[in-house]
Design a protein around this ligand. Structure first.
Ligand code: CMC
Length: 359
């Protein structure tokens, strides 16, 4: 049995391909670097959903419908201040998503796609004690989300950087949350159930919950001259360095470079890029020394942390922003699973006690 299902093929997909040896990510026939920085989120949505909804309109109309879906989703956000304060940001966003009815059509798909973004902005505002800002459907998706979050129009560079991020993370083969979403979809539970499954799986620190701890690591290291000592002590304790290592990639995660470029787009607002680069270099050196048998490289989460911090999100909100992009992949995979797949129901080997014979 392959522990963690490593290497097990569980689906055929036309959506994306992760080449962990060559360091390539192909999304529907395009290399990531042909897409990141070149297309907007609505265009990525059209690319991934094409063929999965009979009524999918052209990109221009899809953009319009996504704007309308933001307005509709905002109605579901009106209870944001009643969310128990003990929930963290991703748990609060998940609670709002759960208010949307299940269904398996384009309207629900767009409501969910828009919803994850609108709810993230609403949760961010509510947690800062600020009034919610309603969507402007005439704006581009990334621009509107940042405006709803910050309360002022973002610069074109900020909107472009968020678009790059959303496109970069929109799909990634059979990662844990996408696999989980496909399992749920295979029971015909509906798109919302698949998205809720996806976000619940994404939030773990080994998957989409890593970028928040990357910021903690950078904060704790402080000056880059402390990096080596801090990292060595962490490895000695048996800790994992967040933002490094991957199940599939044995070379640098191509998404890390796409996001590093996006951080640079922000120019003087690019935050602590130089500091992070110094920490990254120290981490890679120590991982090579301490874990020579496993090629551990920078993954997507390291530069995600820098980019989202520079865009004004709190570390606690990073996983929600990951879900804004990845919900597109969950929805496309859910539709592909329903169209082509059977109920996913693997087997297990029982290793518990032999049943007792009743006396
Ligand atoms: N720091 C230190 N050691 C590590 C790390 C790390 N980040 N990642 C793996 N290792 C070590 C691990 O301790 C083990 O060493 P040993 O053989 O001496 O016990 C060896 O590498 C193999 O680890 P594994 O657990 O078999 O690897 P995996 O394929 O199950 O884990 C991973 C993949 C992403 C969970 C892991 O690399 C990790 O925990 N990274 C840190 C968390 C992180 O950055 N997560 C975001 C992943 S990228 C977003 C996404 O696509 O989901």
């Amino acid at each position: 049995m392959a522990e963690g299902l490593e290497g097990v093929v569980a689906a055929h997909t036309i959506l994306s391909d992760v080449d962990g040896v060559g360091g390539h990510l192909v999304i529907r026939g395009y290399e990531l670097d042909q897409l990141a920085e070149r297309i907007r989120f609505a265009e990525a949505a059209h690319l991934l959903l094409d063929g999965f909804f009979e009524d999918l309109p052209d990109i221009g109309e899809l953009d319009v419908q996504l704007g309308q879906a933001r307005v509709e989703a905002f109605e579901y956000a009106n209870v944001v201040n009643a969310i128990p304060p003990g929930l963290n940001a991703v748990e609060a966003v998940r609670a709002l998503i759960a208010r949307i009815p299940d269904g398996d059509n384009l309207k629900i798909a767009l409501l969910l796609l828009a919803g994850v973004s609108v709810f993230t902005a609403a949760v961010a505002r509510a947690r800062r004690g600020m009034p919610l800002i309603s969507p402007d459907p005439s704006l581009d998706h990334a621009t509107d989300i940042l405006r709803m979050m910050k309360g002022v129009a973002p610069t074109p560079e900020e909107a472009a950087a968020l678009d790059t991020y959303l496109v970069t993370v929109c799909d990634h083969g059979l990662n844990a949350s996408t696999f989980a979403a496909r399992v749920t979809a295979s029971t015909l539970a509906g798109l919302n159930s698949a998205v809720l499954t996806g976000i619940s799986t994404l939030k773990g620190p080994l998957h989409g919950g890593a970028p928040g701890p990357v910021i903690e690591m950078l904060d704790e290291i402080g000056d880059a001259s402390n990096a080596r000592t801090w990292i060595e002590q962490a490895i000695d304790r048996g800790d994992r360095l967040m933002g490094f290592g991957h199940r599939i990639y044995r070379v640098r995660d191509p998404r890390a470079d796409a996001l590093k470029k996006a951080v640079r787009i922000l120019g003087p607002h690019s935050g602590r890029l130089a500091h992070a680069e110094a920490v990254e270099a120290a981490a890679l050196e120590i991982l090579r020394e301490r874990k020579p048998d496993r090629s551990l490289q920078t993954n997507v989460e390291f530069y995600t942390a820098l980019l989202l911090e520079a865009l004004g999100f709190d570390p606690d909100e990073f996983t929600c922003v990951f879900a804004m992009g990845r919900s597109l992949g969950w929805i496309a995979h859910a539709r592909e699973q329903v169209a082509n797949g059977r109920l996913i129901r693997p087997a297990s080997i029982y290793i518990g006690p032999v049943p007792q014979i009743a006396a």
